[in-house]
Design a protein. Structure first.
Length: 409
């Protein structure tokens, strides 16, 4: 089987979308011959990795939409980067069309970037297309907007407007309609692509961990301290919901407990002000942005991971928390809701801020006082990551999808 992958972002040991592209490519290459079209900026890292760990069935096609550009368009701002990405997709069609005439691919898949509101021009090829995993259809429930800063409200409004406009792009709708299979990261995104004419949609999280990451996280021992520690890891943005979890921690009034937040961002000043207002300066600590190793060290010193995000397609930190054997408290929204089950954590319905704060308070109290429950959820979380959220399992599922599509011709 010859597989063509479109991975605008694809680089080993880089994290984020780049890691998604790389992990998917190397896992699929265990079952098929794979050609990946990506950007030259990733070439050095890819070739160094293949020199250390050769994968004979994995091949790369490098090209840049504007080879004369000296500065990465993403460095010039989000809009410039998005325009570059769109034009790169257009150019990719003409590049891979020539390769298809020579190699006769059996199937194509668009891997990165994973957003439903931007087309993949691979849909124009005479090939069955798997689109995704794509996300981006999630939105913060309107009831929560009132707590956002002016900047946050403008962001949400512009994001929502941009999504609706991009859904009208005829090439985006064509991608949805011509895809043999659309993998949507959440139920929200699934409904969006169905509305654009997609006929075969599966909910399939883009979140995955490598065997190396799973092993590293599994080695984090549980803290022996009697002081129960909660931890949140991520950027300090309005939609991450940390203002809700901090209020819930205050409301829980737990004795001998701490809440650590690792990260930084535009909301830091507001969070610091909230912590001071609630007189939590002795029990809530903002660690700032830390290296990967230091972040894992902090996770190892904590018992429970809290992720109150109001809209998110992925939520890698929830999978990492489960792999580390920590129970998860999250909102029943977006990607985290797909990853976390009732066996591995507590999912909070998101109706309004007061209800979420109260339910977060109850969850924190329950887990703080329930050592046996924490242990049981931790064991279940590690099992779920190994069986459902490892890249090894995802690579197998990708190729099973290919076989079903090709055999159904």
């Amino acid at each position: 089987m010859k597989v063509l992958l479109s991975a605008h972002a694809c680089e080993p040991n880089c994290g984020s979308e780049e890691d998604l592209g790389w992990q998917a490519a190397q896992e699929i290459a265990k079952y098929a011959k794979v050609w990946v079209i990506t950007r030259p900026k990733h070439r050095d890292a890819i070739e160094m990795e293949l020199l250390r760990n050769p994968i004979p069935s994995l091949h790369f096609i490098y090209f840049e939409a504007f080879p004369f550009t000296l500065i990465d368009p993403w460095c010039l701002g989000h809009l410039t980067g998005q325009l570059h990405y769109y034009l790169w997709q257009v150019h990719a069609y003409f590049v891979v069309r020539k390769f298809h005439h020579q190699l006769h691919f059996d199937i194509a898949q668009h891997i990165t970037y994973a957003k439903y509101w931007s087309p993949s021009f691979l849909a124009l090829l005479p090939l069955p297309l798997v689109w995704g995993p794509v996300g981006g259809g999630e939105a913060a429930p309107k009831a929560f907007w009132r707590d956002f800063s002016l900047r946050g409200k403008i962001y949400e409004l512009l994001r929502e407007t941009a999504q609706r406009i991009c859904e009208l792009d005829p090439f985006t709708r064509l991608t949805a309609q011509r895809s043999r299979l659309v993998l949507a990261t959440t139920q929200d995104t699934a409904q969006r692509v169905i509305g654009m004419g997609a006929s075969n949609v599966k909910v399939f999280t883009s979140v995955g961990l490598s065997g190396k990451d799973i092993e590293q996280l599994a080695n984090l021992e549980l803290p022996t301290s009697n002081k129960v520690r909660f931890i949140s890891i991520g950027r300090f943005l309005h939609w991450k919901g940390y203002h809700l979890s901090i209020r819930a921690f205050h409301q829980a009034k737990l004795t001998d407990a701490e809440y650590w937040l690792v990260g930084d961002g535009a909301e830091r000043i507001r969070l610091e002000r909230l912590i001071k207002e609630l007189d939590l300066e002795q029990t809530v600590k903002l660690w700032g942005t830390l290296s990967r190793d230091k972040t894992l060290n902090r996770l190892g010193e904590c018992h429970i991971l809290v992720h109150p995000s109001l809209h998110e397609s992925g939520g890698w930190v929830c999978a990492e928390g489960m792999a580390a054997g920590r129970p998860i408290i999250c909102l029943d929204l977006g990607g985290p809701a797909i990853q976390v089950t009732q066996e591995t954590g507590i999912k909070i319905p998101a109706q309004n801020p007061a209800q979420v704060i109260q339910d977060l308070t109850n969850a924190m109290t329950q887990l703080a006082h329930g050592a046996e429950l924490r242990t049981r959820m931790g064991i279940a979380g590690r099992k779920r990551v190994r069986e459902q959220l490892s890249w090894e399992s995802k690579g197998y599922l990708f190729t099973k999808n290919y076989e079903e599509i090709i055999n159904a011709k």
